[in-house]
Design a protein. Structure first.
Length: 280
């Protein structure tokens, strides 16, 4: 019998075999897409994305604090629309901006995230230096509020914006073992998932540090980490090397291309017909 994707009885051309995908909520093969940042995204645009590809989207991540520039009702409508399609909603790493405004601002920020219906609060410190113990307290506070804490770790200081390669190279990078040790501490206090920052690894570098994802995957496993891969050649590399069930963050404009690779129906020359799953 031909394999079907999860909950895909209504899929066009359902007689054609594709790689099986577990249904939501998934523990692996998780896809998070970027929401409004590089382009605006209103509810009609998002509805088009989710009505066509929503079964393959696990989470939507706001970026750059874009939700603070939008009408509150518009933010709520985007979040509610995601929930109608079983898509979680993440704040992105904006909390590192909020931290600079003091503890009261952080508490109010997390409280409003809960009121608006956010599911995930990403905890990053790409532009600022924050003790790991302080970040752990943020993780615990987010979880006490009933939200999922998703810390971001990486090897590049100054990551998180469109910074020139030369400028980032001048900043230098951290030892990957430091990032792994920090991620372990976050997981020990119950963090939902770890986001792996792409800068210093595959973004804004002259040579990819492919050794870093390998060390992270070996130390932490693949289920609890998500790799930023918002370039087609990057997410293709992750699928080629770690399989279609690796957790990835991409731009919303790339969801179709990514899922074509995951499902094994299309690909570049090096991936054509070579991405398969076995559920025997």
């Amino acid at each position: 019998m031909a394999a079907r994707t999860a909950a895909a009885d209504d899929r066009a051309f359902a007689f054609l075999r594709v790689n099986e995908r577990p249904g939501k909520p998934r523990k692996h093969g998780v896809t998070e897409i970027r929401g409004p940042y590089y382009t605006p995204m209103g509810k009609r645009y998002l509805q088009d994305v989710l009505e066509t590809m929503g079964r393959y989207v696990d989470a939507l991540k706001f970026a750059g604090g874009s939700f603070t520039l939008m009408p509150r009702q518009a933010v709520k409508e985007l979040i509610d629309l995601c929930h109608l399609h079983d898509v979680l909603v993440s704040t992105g790493g904006f909390i590192e901006h909020v931290v600079t405004q003091g503890g009261d601002a952080v508490r109010r920020y997390i409280g409003e995230c809960k009121e608006l219906g956010f599911d995930i609060v990403e905890i990053s410190a790409g532009f600022i230096t924050v003790p790991t113990d302080d970040l752990l307290r943020l993780v615990e506070h987010v979880q006490k509020m009933g939200l999922k804490a998703k810390p971001e770790v990486g090897i590049q200081f100054g990551a998180g914006g469109a910074t020139a390669v030369a400028e980032l190279e001048a900043e230098g990078t951290r030892d990957p073992d430091w990032a792994i040790a920090q991620a372990r501490r976050f997981l020990e206090v119950g963090a939902y998932q770890i986001m792996i920052e792409s800068e210093g690894i595959t973004e804004n570098v002259t040579t990819w540090r492919t050794d870093v994802p390998a060390r992270i995957a070996n130390a932490l496993g693949l289920d609890k980490v998500m790799f930023e891969a918002a370039d087609p050649e990057v997410f293709a590399w992750y699928i080629k090397n770690y399989g279609p069930e690796v957790n990835l963050f991409v731009d919303h404009s790339q969801i179709v291309q990514l899922e074509c690779l995951r499902s094994g129906i299309w690909g570049t020359k090096s991936l054509w017909g070579r991405v398969v799953t076995y559920k025997g």
